[in-house]
Design a protein around this ligand. Structure first.
Ligand code: ZN
Ligand code: ZN
Length: 358
């Protein structure tokens, strides 16, 4: 945790700020280990202040390294600004999280002091995109737990069951194995419903002889996992479904092979997109190839046409191409992958050959 404090300090210096206010709770947890629901930190070259309210007095003492100066106050912003020097000071804040109302209040609390509020962009998010070995192990554990839940629920048979019951069972199976919960509401989408990339599971029985897209993940120990498998239910499968599956699998495996430190998210996205385009499905792959996963299920870096950043060792990303044919059906195959210096490591373990389930 103190390595993270030093990393933030280096960024604060690089951006020529005097201090950075960290108010987003996920960023705060990453930085300090604090898991409560109310808190803020101020990080400067010499300072490491942490403010929370009375309810978290004991918890903060247990969770934070002694390097943090802990302060207890109900009104966080008042305490944050009361503790600032008279200036001159450039105080960075995270413009993606601080609301307009909070910004106005900060201005009022600063008053006549020579303190400038500076939009500091996503300093902590950029650091969070590169995971340390402990974080990689936690994400791997979440992925393995999610794999086991899938085996339990899907292995027991899904034909004739409502999509939403299967989704609920996945959540319960993950919770029973120790997950804090699902990292997002699971998607279970059969037949034509699978053509909606973010389908909401319905109270409709899953038929025989169709494809079913299942996208789920666990939240474990503060970290998320994310995986998709498309399975076939026993019965006569439309040959077109099989063809789409084979195309998505080829695209997924080719893009996966391209994941390593060096290429940009855009370049890896293009590998999958070329295969899907060549198969005549260019207009049926309308989302990006993947996204970063960490404490949140969607974070940086992006693997998409907009992904300008080069992948670096320590990134954890999904590789999830899909083909969605409106009115007919869809296929998506998603793996969760750690980027290494010379390649990658897939963190989930379920096979990808088209599996037929009952
Ligand atoms: Zn997913
Ligand atoms: Zn995903």
């Amino acid at each position: 945790m103190t390595a993270r404090l030093e990393a933030v300090r280096a960024k604060v210096a690089e951006r020529e700020l005097g201090a950075l206010l960290v108010s987003n709770l996920v960023n705060l947890r990453w930085l300090t280990g604090f898991t409560g629901s109310n808190g803020a930190a101020v990080v400067g070259a010499e300072t490491a202040r942490f403010v929370t309210d009375f309810r978290y007095l004991t918890q903060a003492a247990a969770q934070l390294d002694p390097v943090w100066e802990r302060e207890i106050e109900t009104d966080l912003l008042k305490r944050v600004t009361d503790g600032l020097p008279d200036g001159p000071l450039k105080l960075g804040f995270d413009d993606a999280h601080v609301t307009v109302a909070q910004h106005a209040r900060l201005e009022r609390l600063i008053g006549e002091r020579d303190i400038e509020l500076v939009a500091a962009g996503a300093i902590v998010e950029q650091l969070r995109a590169v995971k340390d070995p402990d974080e990689i192990e936690r994400i791997r554990a979440a992925a393995e737990l999610a794999d086991e839940a899938f085996e339990e629920v899907v292995g027991a048979g899904i034909v004739g069951r409502a999509e939403r019951d299967v989704a609920l069972d996945l959540e319960v199976a993950m919770r029973r194995r120790g997950a804090e919960g699902a990292s997002f509401p699971p998607i279970v989408a059969a037949g034509a419903h699978g053509a909606l990339p973010h389908a909401v599971p319905r109270a409709v029985p899953i038929p025989a002889g169709t494809l079913v897209v299942i996208d789920w993940g666990a939240q474990l120990d503060g970290y998320a996992s994310d995986c998709t498998r498309t399975v076939a239910t026993a019965g006569d499968l439309d040959p077109r479904d099989r063809e789409i599956y084979d195309t998505v699998l080829a695209a997924q495996e080719a893009a996966l092979a391209a994941v390593r430190a060096g290429p940009t998210g855009q370049e890896v996205d293009a590998v999958a997109r070329a295969i899907i385009d060549d198969a005549g499905h260019a207009e049926h792959f309308g989302h990006g190839l993947g996204h970063g996963v960490g404490m949140e299920v969607h974070e940086g870096p992006r693997l998409s046409k907009q992904g300008k950043d080069a992948l670096v060792a320590g990134n954890i990303v999904t590789v999830e191409p899909g083909i969605y044919v409106p009115g007919a059906g869809g296929v998506r195959i998603e793996d969760l992958v750690a980027v290494t210096a010379d390649g990658h490591e897939v963190l989930n373990g379920l096979p990808k050959a088209l599996r037929t389930v009952h």
